[in-house]
Design a protein around this ligand. Structure first.
Ligand SMILES: O=C(O)C(=O)C[C@]1(C(=O)O)C=C[C@@H](O)C=C1
Length: 378
């Protein structure tokens, strides 16, 4: 029975990249996969135990950290004290521009957009005359546009002497597009394409790339488009106007699986009991956050905090920061290290954390998990 299966929540709606990451980790025959509207909803469902696991985006290889997720881990208001990372998934992200083919690319709205100064000066007052049945000629303006017929070359300027050339070209006419929807992470992954073919078009941030596709289907004017996935095109019945619009062919997003900290300690037979050897330990990753006093109060506190990891031979693989909320320019630091915290309290991660407690203001262990394949890095 479906209700008996443990529930896994993810950033939805269906066909988001997060959904793809979820399917990668959890089979639908064993789990009930439930879409959430926001990343915070996923955290809430796990914290409240209404779901067994959650899947959230964490970072993208081109555009960096997903700050919404980092802020939820920073948990400045103490709403998610028991959330821990327990797994990860890497998904290759190939973005598409989804929408409708402009039924009338020379409509007044299309022509109006073409007149905007951002169209790289390519507009010209070209036009054609169509003779109607009663022989009255109707003039239709046909200004030239940088889409879809241009080479995609971007004019170098003194400020940007080597502009990025987009790797994709539109397969359809983009002149009717007046509004773009996507998750804020996606804009930064598709800069060259957007700046070349859709410069100046209004952008609306939404909660996920699949939500963007869904919103496009709700615009009867057909003037909306989304940066989303090819799968979302199928699910929402949209046309792929351009495929592979991301900057880099190796564009990849990393997702975390989150769980709630157990109230009762696990029996010693669970896989995470007993210390590991060096080689085994490096298959594991741990996420830790810490804060330090304002720099004037404790010179060197950051350097001392980071040094504890090398003292125990732990490979520090990334550092992120978010504002601590305590005062301006004071941060919460997130570090990822190779290794895992042991239940018996004896491992090198445990010892490093003990030392960390002596030099920083406060720290939190945010989970240890067996690392996945980083797809060209990680
Ligand atoms: O899962 C989705 O579709 C999302 O919109 C989230 C998200 C992200 O936050 O990184 C996931 C993958 C892409 O990098 C762009 C957006």
């Amino acid at each position: 029975m479906a209700e008996d299966k443990p529930s896994v929540t993810y950033l939805g709606p269906k066909a988001s990249y997060t959904h793809q990451a979820t399917l990668d980790k959890f089979s639908e025959s064993q789990y009930t996969l439930t879409p959430c509207i926001t990343i915070e909803d996923v955290f809430c469902s796990v914290q409240s135990s209404s779901s067994h696991r959650g899947v959230v985006p964490f970072e993208n290889s081109t555009n960096g950290s997903v700050v919404f997720t980092l802020d939820l881990f920073a948990d400045l208001h103490g709403k998610y004290p028991d959330i821990l990372v327990c797994g990860e998934a890497y998904i290759k992200v190939q973005h598409c521009l989804l929408g409708y083919q402009d039924p009338n690319p020379y409509s007044p709205s299309s022509a109006q957009r073409e007149k905007t100064p951002h169209t790289s000066g390519a507009s010209s007052p070209l036009g054609i005359s169509i003779h109607t049945q009663n022989h009255h000629p109707v003039h239709v303006a046909l200004p030239l546009l940088d889409s879809p017929l241009s080479s995609g070359a971007v004019t170098p300027t003194p400020l940007n002497p080597l502009p990025l050339k987009p790797s994709a070209r539109p397969v359809g006419d983009l002149r009717g597009i007046r509004k773009l929807y996507s998750h804020p992470q996606a804009w930064g992954q598709c800069k060259a394409f957007l700046n070349t073919y859709l410069k100046g078009v209004e952008r609306q941030d939404v909660s996920s790339t699949s939500r963007a596709a869904e919103l496009v289907t709700m615009d009867p004017s057909g003037e909306s488009a989304a940066i989303s996935s090819g799968i979302a095109a199928k699910v929402f019945g949209l046309k792929v106007l351009a495929r592979g619009v991301e900057e880099r062919g190796d564009n990849c997003t990393r997702f975390f699986v989150i769980r709630k900290r157990e109230e009762r300690p696990q029996p010693p037979s669970t896989p995470s009991s007993g210390s590991l050897g060096k080689a085994e330990e490096s298959n594991y990753k741990s996420l830790i956050s810490f804060t330090i006093p304002p720099s004037s109060d404790a010179p060197g506190a950051l350097a001392h905090s980071l040094a504890v990891f090398s003292k125990y031979g732990l490979n520090l693989t990334s550092i992120n920061t978010r504002p601590s909320g305590v005062q301006n320019w004071n941060y919460i630091f997130f570090v990822e290290i190779r290794g895992r915290r042991e239940r018996d309290g004896k491992g090198s991660v445990n010892m490093a954390l003990e030392d960390l407690g002596r030099v920083c203001r406060g720290w939190r262990w945010l989970g240890s998990w067996e690392g996945g394949t980083g797809m060209g890095g990680g």
